[in-house]
Structures are given as C-alpha cells and as structure tokens.
Design a protein around this ligand. Structure first.
Ligand code: DGJ
Length: 468
C-alpha cells in the first residue's frame, strides 16, 4: 500500500480549491486553443518548399482571384548544338534548361519570354474584355502607342493631383558592350515619366531628367550609367526629390545621385552624386515611411550587403545614421514596403542582367535586424519561381483600399536589346504564416507570409478604382 505524504504542499494544479482550479483550467484551455488554431492554420495551408506548389486561399473574395495562380508547362525544344557564349557567361548557378532557353537570344522559345508587337497591351485599343488586363512580359504601349520606357522604375502617388507617376530608365537606344568583358549597356538618355489614374493607361510625360549632351565629366553624360530612379514627395519643402544609382560604364563610381523639381513631371534639376555614408552604392531604392521619414537602401561592399539609413529633413542627403543589413547575403534590386507596422522587402541575387531567385525579408524596425523568409514566388513552374518569373524586382506598390495587397513590379531584362526589356507586374499579398520563419514568438511565427502570384493575365478587382 502506498502511503500518502501528508506533508506535501498542495500545488495550484490540485483541484480542491475551486477557483484556482478553474483559473488554471481556463489558462491551459486558452493555450490549448491557441495551439490548435496554430496547427489548424499550418495544416490548412498546402505548402511544399523548394520551388513546388504552394496554395493558400484568402477569405477576401477580391484577393482570392490573385491567388488562383496558373501553372506553366513549357516544352523545351531539343538541344541545337552550342549556346551563344554570352548566354553561357550569364548562366546563374541554379540554372535549368528553361533558363538556358531564356538566356539564348536565338532560342525557339524567345516569343514565350518576349512576345512580339502583335500581342502588345494597347490601352487605346484593348477595350471591353481586355481593358485593365496586365500581361506580364508583353510589350506595353503608352497612350501615344509607343512602348513604355520606365525600366528599373518606381511609382509615386501624388495626393494633390490624385495621379500615379511611374519613373524609370528611358532606354530607347542601341545596346552595345563598351568592351569585351563589360556588361551590355545603353547610353544614358534620361529618366522617363508616365502618368496614370488607373495604373493601366499611361501617358508619356517626357524625359524629366535628361542626359548631359556636352560635358564629358558630368555624371549624366551619356557614357555613364543612370539606373533605378525613384521619386518621393517632401511634404515639408513641397519638392519632388529623385534619387538614382549613378555610375561610370565599369560600375566603379558606385554612387547615388539626387535631383529636385517643383513638379512631378519635372524638369528635375540634378544636384550632385556621392557615395552615401562614404560607402560604395549600386542598386538602390527610397522608401517613405508613414511618419514622413524617407530612407535610402543600397547594395554595398561590392554588393555583399545592403545599407539602410534615413534621409535628412529635405530628403537631399543622408544623415549619419546607417545600418548594415543582410550582411554577406549578396542581394540587390531592393523593393521595400510596409504592412501593419512590419517592414518587408523583396531582393534579387547578383547575376547581372540574368534573372535569379527572389527572396522576401521582414523586420520590425526598418533599421533592422532584417530576417530572410524565403522565395515569395507562387505558381508558374519551378523555373519561373527560381527566376522571379524571369524578372528582377524594382518596386512594390501598395493598393489603396486593399490592405495587404500590392503590385510587385519587376523588370524582365533583355540584355541583347535592353530597350526591349519587359515589365512583369504581379499581385503580391501579405498574410498567413511564413514558410520558414527564423523567429518565433510563443510558438507563433513572427512574420506574415509574402506571396507573389504568377498570372499570364490578371487585373485589379473590378471594384478597385484607385485612391478615391
Ligand atoms: C543588376 C542590377 O540590378 C541592374 O540594375 C543593372 O545594374 C545590372 N545588374 C547591370 O548588369
């Protein structure tokens, strides 16, 4: 017979005292419920990592359409002997046969990646069924019927004018190689600007910052490099401020340039270039936070890490505050956005003009620490997902009225003919648990999942009508 230890202290878990018992039962019940909820949400999201199918359906019917992704089944033609040496040189590390086809200018599949003029999106003609449809990769015409030239760009929404302005590299010139080993390039022509009320019909507002014609020592002389221009409006000074990557043809100047204007459609006055915080700076972006503070983010230390820091009050310079983030991760093409107080960013790897795998990152504070969550691309097929749909991030635009929904803007570069590079715009949503969160809080992932959904054709919800 076992003896009861009459000296043992009763613990809170013993149910003799009714109130204590019910309190602890309630607490454990709550914990149990939360755990069940967590496992339910995990189990009801079919997620297979490593480039395979991922499905999560939103409760919001407006967004559900975004998530109904399309699969791509592209038959790869039999090999035709040697690839062009340039295609071989640009081949990314995790390349597959389809990526080889993409990089080969004479591939039989060229039309899949770079559909010809006949399929161009023409807002002046594409009425009825096709109006407001985005076709990633197709030629996109402005209201004059010319292909839009706004590569490596970004969008500013002007509250006063209730208009979107899309700025980007105007690359409508011949592509050439400065020297044998140099990257394909187009001489600087300037920064193109297009305006729109509906994000689909774009009017050409002209070149708002033009190349310098005469002075060879000027940053904007045509022989240099001007990439990834971004414009923000400064509420305090009432000025439109443009930041851009300024470089020489060999990418050794590695600086940022700043220009300013009284109007979104320019002309912008070029102020200067410099190495921010004294560091080399290549791919860059500007992000304006809700409190009006704008941040510069740039690839640095030979693209091995990113740096981020606030601009000063007039947005014309950086301050002394700067943080090194994603150190050693070799990321470029940063595109930053915010949702429910959390900062997110999409970046690419560093493979010149060749596409590679995107990664999504998240942070509670914009200055970091930043965590890498994984590849956000959903749908298409594995090759599409491992190449960011054969494109490279440039900007993420919030969709007013659709919280958690964004447009992911990317460039499908055409290094053989850079002016004929294409735009890949796709829906991006934030929601649900991230696949590979590195940090947990009470067993719950700290970050929401970022997903970019592949569609051959898609449009914004019929009921979406811009900011109004
Ligand atoms: C990748 C960058 O993201 C582009 O903006 C451009 O600089 C190319 N490299 C040049 O190879």
């Amino acid at each position: 017979m076992r003896m009861r230890n009459k000296y043992r202290k009763p613990t809170n878990l013993r149910c003799n005292a009714g109130s204590l018992c019910s309190l602890s039962a309630a607490v454990w019940g709550l914990v149990g419920c939360l755990l069940m909820l967590h496992f339910y949400s995990v189990l009801h999201q079919k997620v297979v990592q490593g480039g395979d199918i991922q499905m999560r359906m939103s409760q919001n019917p407006l967004i559900r359409e975004f998530e109904q992704v399309e699969e791509e089944n592209i038959q790869i033609p039999p090999p035709r002997g040697k690839r062009s040496p340039r295609a071989i040189k640009r081949r990314p590390r995790r390349a597959t046969a389809l990526i080889d086809e993409f990089l080969d200018e004479s591939s039989q599949l060229r039309h899949v990646f770079f559909p010809d003029q006949r399929t161009a999106i023409d807002p002046k003609k594409d009425a009825r069924n096709d109006s407001f449809s985005y076709y990633p990769g197709r030629i996109w015409l402005d209201t004059d019927g010319n292909p839009i030239q706004a590569h490596g760009g970004g969008i500013l929404y002007d509250e006063k004018l209730r208009t979107y302005f899309w700025y980007g590299e105007y690359k409508d010139g011949p592509t050439y190689h400065g020297h044998k080993k140099g990257a394909a390039r187009v001489d600087i022509i300037g920064v193109g600007c297009y305006s729109s009320k509906d994000l689909w019909t774009w009017k050409n507002e002209g070149i708002v910052l033009a190349a310098e014609e005469t002075s060879e020592t000027h940053d904007l002389h045509k022989s240099n490099v001007l990439e990834r221009p971004k414009v923000v409006f400064n509420d305090k000074t009432g000025k439109y401020v443009m930041w851009m990557h300024i470089d020489d043809a060999n990418y050794t100047k590695a600086s940022v340039g700043v220009a300013i204007s009284n109007s979104p459609t320019g002309p912008f006055d070029y102020l200067y270039s410099r190495r921010p915080h004294g560091f080399d700076s290549r791919d860059m972006a500007i992000f304006k936070d809700d409190d009006g503070v704008a941040y510069l983010i740039y690839s640095s230390d030979d693209n091995s890490e990113l740096h981020i820091g606030p601009l000063n009050q007039d947005y014309l310079d950086v301050t002394r505050v700067v943080r090194r983030i994603l150190v050693g991760q070799h990321r470029e093409a940063p595109a930053l956005f915010k949702h429910e107080g959390t900062y997110y960013m999409i970046t690419s790897g560093c493979t010149g003009w060749a596409p590679n795998e995107a990664l999504a990152h998240a942070a509670e504070s914009i200055l970091g620490p930043w965590e890498t969550m994984g590849n956000p691309c959903v749908g298409g097929n594995k090759d599409f997902r491992l190449t960011t749909f054969f494109a490279q991030s440039t900007f993420v635009l919030p969709l007013p009225g659709l919280p958690g929904s964004f447009i992911f803007m990317a460039d499908r570069w055409n290094p053989a003919d850079l002016r004929n590079s294409r735009y890949v715009w796709l829906p991006l949503t934030v929601g649900g648990a991230a696949d590979g969160p590195l940090e947990y809080n009470f067993g719950f992932p700290l970050w929401s999942r970022v997903s970019i959904y592949w569609h051959k054709r898609w449009r914004l919800p019929y009921t979406w009508s811009g900011k109004e």
